[in-house]
Write a protein that binds this ligand. Structure first.
Ligand SMILES: Nc1ncnc2c1ncn2[C@@H]1O[C@H](COP(=O)(O)OP(=O)(O)OP(=O)(O)O)[C@@H](O)[C@H]1O
Length: 342
């Protein structure tokens, strides 16, 4: 939040992605799925922002909106000096060279009938980058960069392991030399033993190429190792965000504390909050959500005021923001009232 403006590669302000649903009956009011409902964050160039939350919290929709692959209902998104939300046609195509996405499932993101080299070359062909010979050379270079052998480009996806297939996807994402790589649960579908290898690869590529990552995950243990900053989403909104160290030393929102409680191995038993919270039940529906704190119905420290009005994000420590009126009560942390992120 306090980073200098020129260090910010991606800036998202008050993003909303609402999906209208058909009326269930002639006299029923229209329904709207508020998948993302007022999300703001900044990602410093060369850093990783992890977006975490349970299934359905809006993480993937946020990522897809940034990529302009989901319809943006409202809000502003900037990639460097480029106003992403306003782009269409050729300028949008050009902006896509600068941001790429790696999806969760390394197998279904590849065409089983397309050789690995052709898959990696596809974005270069599509965007007509360089001559055919230059594209061939670039594909060989990318294979080496992600830890595969250039001659493996002639193989088909089923001839690779899951980890190798994700390396192909990463190579494809890097083909156009993007500045921003959106990683949507890139290791969730992989065996535990392979996860560390792919995370290490991403970390090395980030360092070598100066990449900026928006890293979507439901897994706190994974993001603790990869992120510089973290944003916790619940039912379409960010409930807490801040630097990794501050957050993992002491998560403040009852929902974050509950997520951390579910991962006993994370952090080797460091004291993280004054109170452990066990997460019960499922999140409510994102269709016409209630006006107050969206976690209130599952929150063990909620009081009636929590359900009355949406709490603002308040700065509990430098750069560490939390959307909870009960922080003082459950974590014993004094938070100045009504400060808003810059
Ligand atoms: N195209 C769509 N039309 C209608 N509703 C949608 C659409 N895409 C997502 N949603 C809804 O928006 C909400 C957020 O979904 P999203 O996939 O972004 O969550 P998520 O946190 O990424 O969860 P997961 O990890 O399960 O993908 C969910 O309730 C989902 O059903």
């Amino acid at each position: 939040m306090n980073a200098r403006t020129e260090d910010i590669l991606l800036q998202v302000d008050d993003l909303q992605v609402h999906f209208p649903r058909p009326r269930s009956g002639m006299f029923q009011p229209p329904e709207v799925v508020k998948a993302v409902d007022g999300v703001s964050f900044r990602v410093r160039r060369g850093s990783t922002l992890a977006v975490v939350g349970e299934s359905g919290s809006g993480k993937t929709t946020t990522a897809l909106a940034v990529m302009r692959l989901a319809p943006v209902t409202a809000g502003r998104m900037r990639l460097g000096d480029t106003d992403l939300a306003a782009l269409s046609g050729e300028p949008l195509r050009q902006a896509r060279r600068r941001m790429q996405i790696v999806f969760q499932d390394p197998f279904s993101s590849l065409n089983p009938r397309q050789r690995a080299g052709a898959a990696v070359r596809a974005p270069l062909d599509l965007m007509q980058v360089g001559t055919p010979a230059e594209r061939e050379a670039r594909v060989a270079e990318l294979f080496t960069q992600v830890g595969l052998r250039p001659e493996q480009q002639h193989l088909f996806p089923h001839q690779f392991s899951g980890g190798q297939r994700q390396r192909i996807n990463i190579a494809r994402a890097l083909a156009t030399n993007p500045e921003l790589v959106v990683c949507d649960e890139p290791v969730s579908a992989l065996d535990i033993a392979i996860r560390a290898q792919i995370l290490n690869l991403l970390a090395r590529l980030q360092k070598d190429l100066g990449l900026t990552f928006l890293f979507i995950s439901h897994d706190m243990a994974v993001v603790e190792h990869i992120c510089d900053d973290i944003a916790v989403m619940y039912l379409g909104q960010i409930v807490e965000q801040g630097p990794r160290k501050t957050f993992f030393a002491r998560p403040l929102h009852p929902y974050s504390v509950a997520l951390m409680s579910a991962v006993p191995a994370v952090g080797g038993g460091r004291q993280r909050a004054a109170q452990r919270i066990k997460l019960m039940g499922d999140p409510p529906s994102p269709i016409n959500p209630p006006p107050g704190c969206r976690f209130a119905g599952r929150c063990p420290v909620a009081v009636p005021a929590c359900a009355a009005e949406l709490p603002p994000l308040r700065e509990a420590a430098p750069g560490h923001w939390v959307r909870c009126i009960r922080v003082e009560h459950h974590a014993g942390v004094p938070v100045p009232p009504l400060a808003m992120p810059a």
